[in-house]
Ligand binder design. Sequence first.
Ligand code: BV8
Ligand code: ZN
Length: 294
Amino acid sequence: MSGEPAPSNDMAQFQRVLHKSKNIIAVCGAGLSAASGIPTFRGAGGMWRKYDAMSLATPEAFKDNPSLVWQFYHTRREAARKPEPNAAHKALAKFCIPSVRNIVAPNSEFAIITQNVDGLSAKAMDMVWKEHTKDHSDEKVEDVSPLLEMHGRLFDVKCTSNFCGHVEYDTSSPICPALAGTEKAIEAGAMDIVIPESKLPRCKKCNALARPGVVWFGETPVGMDRNDKLVGAADLCLVIGTSSTVMPAALYAEIVQEHGGQVAVFNLERSQGDEYAEFLFLGPCEKTLPEALG
Ligand code: BV8
Ligand code: ZN
């Protein structure tokens, strides 16, 4: 890979490649939601720094201290309730609609593979689709491109009992009375509030301890077979707002290039492996992405 030409930032050239592409994927990370006010993980002020979240986002941490891990996720749930999709989420959502995508990438397939758990891409797809069907009632929702939330969803609540496995989408605030107000304490750095397990969120079906419906480090991401198929078939991979440090998502761009596809990185700053991309658009994706897909 050495001696590769430096990535191009020629938007017109990118749009010519986009026009010819038939199987396009977008691999997204926390930078996609930054403009919506959701803190990223590793950047300045990033969430992982503040809470050493790498040690919190694991099954072991939950087993050892479910009270602290639930306070961390309660804090993130509360922080993710108000934010709205930004222009980048909406540009991707519009690109999911075949008749819209057909203008810039005729007869192409598209899928969004997001590492984000905030639900903002799903919200954007709902909003954009409702808007679109006001004057395109003939389009069918099943033709809209898939969104794969490979690290799960912050508002999913999963049972920890293997005999039950109940999962439900639960946006209640707080998710249980005992967590009320702990977000302020944890924001202030208090990590010593201990909530008895019996007072933590319980499965509504079997009353076993419930856990956040996200994928922790060491756990298998959601929809891996589907991801592998989409990545294996992609001739263009958009890498949007991710430090490309978490596997297996960080490997997707290289896999696309290995079978002859092209990569376009959209990031505020340099990120891991971007020197090998065919295109690199440095800047806020809420500005660069609507232009690129417009
Ligand atoms: C797996 C959900 C096997 C939870 C997350 C050693 C031991 C154990 C495991 C491993 C190991 N070595 C490697 C691993 C694998 C591990 C891993 O990758 N570890 C890394 C850290 C070394 N991965 C796993 O364990 C995964 N599972 O590998 O299972 C397997 C594999 C294949 C097939 C079957 C089985 C599971 C990983 C999932 C972890 N869960 N989140 C939660 O959220 O609490 S990860 C977490 O990091 C988030 O999901 C986040 O999305 C993800 C990646 O971070 P980014 O999104 O990139 O965010 P970051 O802050 O880093 O970067 C933001 C970027 O945006 C920056 O570049 C910034 O410049 C840019 N930006 C900011 N603003 C803007 C912007 N760009 C554009 N515009 C802007 N406005
Ligand atoms: Zn249960």
